[in-house]
Write a protein that binds this ligand. Structure first.
Ligand SMILES: N[C@@H](CCC(=O)N[C@@H](CS)C(=O)NCC(=O)O)C(=O)O
Length: 197
């Protein structure tokens, strides 16, 4: 198996954490979305793209993590029970949405100031992050893990989203407004799997 996509992509990083948590060996290629390797495998030219051992390409981090959880039984990071599965996937969507908004802001910040989109764009993305974190803060409460009593894809998604904000929007200062998430981030990012970067 080979994972295409630089670890600075938060979506690729999410897959790398999943690989590490599952103990799956995989080759990595620091390929950009427009590289020939990615465009040949993924019609959407996006990373992460996973090339499976049979040559099949999988894309979108959500599909890739589902695949990885399925090919190795333990530890199970996406619950099998329907309601729990949906709940964990909801956390995943929340994490991905916060990453989308953070990535959108950081991309815009790289544009020349004169051609940048206006304050409405920034306010819209910031609102997604603020409201997303507010739901995470409320749902996490004083639990040890995002869902249930053990580590799951919900934690990978939430942890990666919080790391993504720190990297992409470093001056956001979210920790004061979301103290439970701040404590959680401190704890969860100490897991070995989050040190794969
Ligand atoms: N929903 C996708 C998002 C992937 C994504 O947008 N990746 C960015 C890199 S961080 C990309 O490939 N951008 C190139 C493009 O959108 O053309 C996932 O979870 O994998």
């Amino acid at each position: 198996m080979k994972l295409l996509g630089p670890s600075r992509s938060p979506y690729a990083f999410k897959v790398m954490v999943m690989l590490a948590e599952k103990g799956i060996t995989c080759k990595f290629s620091d390929s950009s979305p427009s590289s020939p390797e990615v465009t040949a495998a993924n019609p959407l030219s996006k990373v992460p793209t996973l090339i499976c051992d049979d040559g099949k390409a999988l894309y979108d981090s959500s599909v890739i993590v589902e695949y990885l959880d399925g090919i190795v039984d333990s530890p199970k990071l996406i619950p099998e029970k329907f309601e729990e599965r949906v709940e964990v996937k909801r956390w995943e969507a929340l994490g991905n949405g916060v990453m989308d908004a953070s990535v959108a802001i950081s991309h815009e910040n790289r544009e020349p100031e004169a051609t940048r989109k206006g304050p409405d764009f920034y306010a819209k993305q910031q609102k997604k992050i603020d409201l997303g974190l507010a739901v995470m803060e409320k749902d996490l409460g004083d639990q040890r893990f995002c869902h249930g009593d053990r580590f799951s894809l919900a934690d990978i998604s939430c942890g990666c989203a919080l790391i993504c904000i720190d990297i992409r929007v470093p001056d956001m200062g979210w920790r004061e407004s979301f103290p439970a998430l701040a404590r959680y981030a401190e704890r969860i990012t100490k897991r070995t799997a989050f040190e794969v970067k």
